[in-house]
Design a protein around this ligand. Structure first.
Ligand code: G4P
Length: 417
């Protein structure tokens, strides 16, 4: 399954973060406790260089507590302050305030040494869409907050929230990985509701989830969907005895040939009486149900990232950050070369002006021609190379024949955060 995702407004959001990072002392990075690795914005390490950081594992009430504990330890072992919270609880705010003081300790000491007392600690709140940023800010801020965005002198869309005298939060729009080389990241993001699943093959996603749960949380699906503990399922199953179509021998022998995850999906469809005309189980509706239940924590407390994958995923993040840096440097070099090329071309023009038919004219044309050719080809070449991997590349691949207006509209429709 090819998951590509990066609505245009996220590029803007990223730029906004880049521009404002110098204004803050620390970054509060919100991740989804069910996928604390896959939901980390890989740009954040580069952005946060030299800043204090607190990682909040939000929606911890929906995650597997044992794994959340392991992940929290994992972050701490890497020198990052980490705390698991239910962002809806007011307690989360109090807890985070303590962690912020800790993360901002150096800054507070620096201020004191300079005789500055009482300057508020400023933090940027960052995280992927739907992770709980607004919820956290609301429960942290409560009534004591003042939203200071959209005032003269404050960039539109930039939101400062003042909390008492000692803390100011800068709210930022949610941003995601610009690309998912690792397609599993995209699937996990969809299963917690960070990206819309319309862009995915739902059956494939549901079967992936079933396989994962059967391995990591054996019995969870059965007890949720296939036993009397599931009131909805039990009621439907009872009804099915009289009205539904029981699987006949033919169905069962056909199902024996299917992958186990898909067979489970069909069982869920039957148990929930998600049937098509003629009584066949409706795999599409069962997939949609399962995905929705997963997003909303109705299957049970579960985590989709595994601590044992942390190192590998960190490696991926580092590779991603390095590639981003290289891309930036290449763009800067190209810009510089284009500037030099045009000034050389400019001098060719001058020569031509002075002496007609002088080789200077040819030189001017050559320079322009070469630089245009080189610039054009290499830029195209690079983006085409990347096209196989990048979101932008993918959208231009997919939407090759579309007008740019259509593409923008599509992106807008996909956008969530
Ligand atoms: P965002 O600003 O990062 O985009 O996220 P937001 O605060 O809007 O939260 C998204 C949804 O997640 C909200 O549900 C919110 O109540 C829920 N949520 C946030 N933090 C937590 C948490 O720690 N635990 C749980 N269980 N839920 C949390 P919603 O309003 O129902 O929105 P939706 O489900 O329709 O997206």
């Amino acid at each position: 399954m090819d998951v590509q995702w990066y609505p245009g407004h996220m590029t803007k959001a990223r730029r906004m973060m880049e521009e404002n990072i110098r204004l803050v002392d620390l970054v509060i990075e919100l991740v989804d406790a069910r996928i604390p690795l896959s939901s980390r914005n890989p740009d954040i390490d580069a952005l946060c260089k030299g800043k204090g950081r607190v990682v909040l594992l939000c929606k911890a009430d929906l995650a597997d507590p044992a794994r959340t504990e392991e992940f929290t330890e994992y972050f701490r072992s890497r020198g990052i302050l980490a705390v698991a919270v239910d962002a809806r609880e007011r307690r989360a705010g109090e807890l985070v305030r303590r962690y912020m003081q800790e993360a901002g300790r150096e800054k507070i000491a620096r201020d004191r040494a300079r005789g500055i007392v009482g300057r508020p600690l400023r933090a940027m709140v960052a995280g992927i869409p739907n992770v709980g940023k607004s919820t956290f800010i609301n429960s942290f801020a409560g009534r004591a907050s003042t939203r200071t965005g959209n005032k003269p002198g404050v960039t539109r869309g930039k939101q400062w929230i003042r909390l008492g005298g000692d803390v100011e939060l800068l709210d930022t729009p949610g941003i995601l990985w610009p690309k998912f080389d690792n397609q599993l990241i995209g699937m996990r993001l969809a299963l917690v509701g960070a990206i819309r699943d319309e862009i995915l093959d739902k059956q494939e996603l549901a079967v992936w989830l079933i396989d994962y749960l059967q391995r990591d949380y054996p019995g969870m699906l059965e007890s949720k969907y296939l036993t009397s503990q599931d009131p909805a399922g039990a009621a439907d199953a009872a009804q099915e005895e009289t009205t539904g179509r029981e699987p006949v021998q033919e169905d069962l022998s056909r199902e024996a040939m299917l992958p186990p995850g898909y067979v489970m999906l069909l069982k869920i469809a039957r148990a929930r009486r998600l049937l098509m005309k003629g009584g066949e189980p409706d795999a599409d509706r069962a997939a949609a149900l399962l995905i929705d239940d997963c997003k909303n924590g109705r299957i049970g407390r579960l985590s989709l990232d595994r601590p044992q994958d942390a190192e590998e995923m960190e490696e991926e993040r580092r590779a991603f950050t390095a590639a981003q840096e290289q891309e930036k440097e290449a763009a800067a070099r190209k810009k510089a070369a284009a500037g030099a090329g045009s000034s050389r071309a400019g001098s060719g023009e001058n020569d031509r002006g002075k002496t007609r038919g002088n080789p200077g004219r040819k030189g001017g044309q050559d320079t322009r021609g070469r630089s245009a050719e080189r610039g054009g080809q290499s830029a195209r070449g690079r983006s085409a190379d990347r096209g196989g991997q990048s979101a932008r590349g993918a959208s231009s691949r997919k939407g090759g024949a579309k007008s740019s207006r259509n593409r923008d509209r599509d992106r807008g429709r996909q956008g969530r955060g």
